[in-house]
Design a protein around this ligand. Structure first.
Ligand code: UTP
Length: 279
């Protein structure tokens, strides 16, 4: 059973400067809730209640968010504002939170390796909180992926079809279709130019990884952009037939940039906030 979910959250968030100069990107609010809270809620809904966060310099607000604020809570006790904290209290009651710091930002693969002491020798999920995923008609994306993991017991990446002109923003897979919405990965390339892309099936910020990935990352040389790429490490597992790519049900908003962030805000305002489901 997967219980642990790792949130790499040490990146600089340069696409969202100046907002992210002194504030973690993962604390950007979508309507009234920070991105990371949506991610932790999705993890808990999937039964993952051991939350591990890889932070970095200037990211202390993340730890404060997942803690009690006695003064504030005392202040609003007994008023109708208490409802705003119901959601976050549920997370504090039902999840454990542990943190480690990435001292040099050497890429997503390196951030995941930095989380190794918090994960140990078991399969785990990874959420990039700036990819906000919703599925209004059914299970969340991580719930769908955990179900698949229980059946297949190998690493799984969530994918979606993207505009072929935009492959250079993503890790892109090639694979053999083995089921509806499920591919056995045969190749993966980090941020290929459209003409070099093996498909338009792009990896988004949800993964389930088997723990042998740590030793592979440790041996992985810096790739695209001089960063240690999780895509390069996953390719080694894929060559052994140990990676599936899953076209998830639901929608994903890239909140690391302004356009996706505004779309997510409008969506959550309509579907959660206005309907009273936002806390
Ligand atoms: P991004 O590629 O979105 O990078 O990282 P970024 O630095 O956050 O944002 P931009 O591109 O500069 O605007 C994907 C995820 O990996 C984490 C980020 O925090 C984000 O969740 N990450 C990336 C790390 O934790 N450490 C790194 O060294 C790089």
């Amino acid at each position: 059973m997967i219980k642990k979910c790792l949130f790499p959250a040490a990146g600089y968030g340069t696409r969202f400067l100046p907002a992210t100069k002194a504030m973690p990107k993962e604390m950007l609010p979508v309507v009234n809730k920070p991105l990371i809270q949506y991610g932790v809620e999705e993890a808990l809904d999937a039964g993952l209640n051991e939350i591990s966060i890889v932070t970095g310099r200037g990211k202390r607000a993340l730890e404060d968010h997942f803690d009690i604020s006695y003064e504030l809570e005392n202040q609003i006790k007994g008023t109708d504002k208490e409802k705003y904290l119901v959601g976050i209290r549920r997370l504090l009651d039902e999840c454990s939170f542990s943190y480690t710091r990435q001292t040099e930002m050497k890429g997503l693969g390196h951030a995941i390796l930095t989380g190794r002491p918090l994960i140990g020798d078991e399969a785990f999920a990874v959420v990039l909180a700036d990819d906000l995923c919703v599925n209004p008609t059914g299970d969340g994306v991580l719930t769908q992926m955990v179900e698949l993991y229980n059946k297949h017991r190998c690493s799984i990446v969530a994918i979606q079809e993207v505009d072929p002109q935009e492959t250079n923003k993503y890790g892109v897979i090639a694979g053999d279709k083995i089921d509806e919405d499920l591919f056995q990965v045969t190749n993966m390339v980090e941020k290929p130019k459209p003409e070099d892309a093996p498909s338009n099936l792009a990896i988004i910020g949800r993964y389930i990884l088997t723990p042998d990935i740590f030793d592979i990352i440790a041996k992985t040389k810096p790739g695209k952009g001089g960063e240690i790429q999780i895509t390069d490490a996953l390719l080694e597992q894929a060559r052994k037939g140990r990676v599936l790519a899953y076209k998830f049900k639901g929608e994903r908003f890239d909140c690391g940039g302004a356009e996706g962030y505004i779309d997510a805000t409008n969506y959550c305002f309509e579907h959660y906030y206005k309907t009273g489901k936002a806390y």
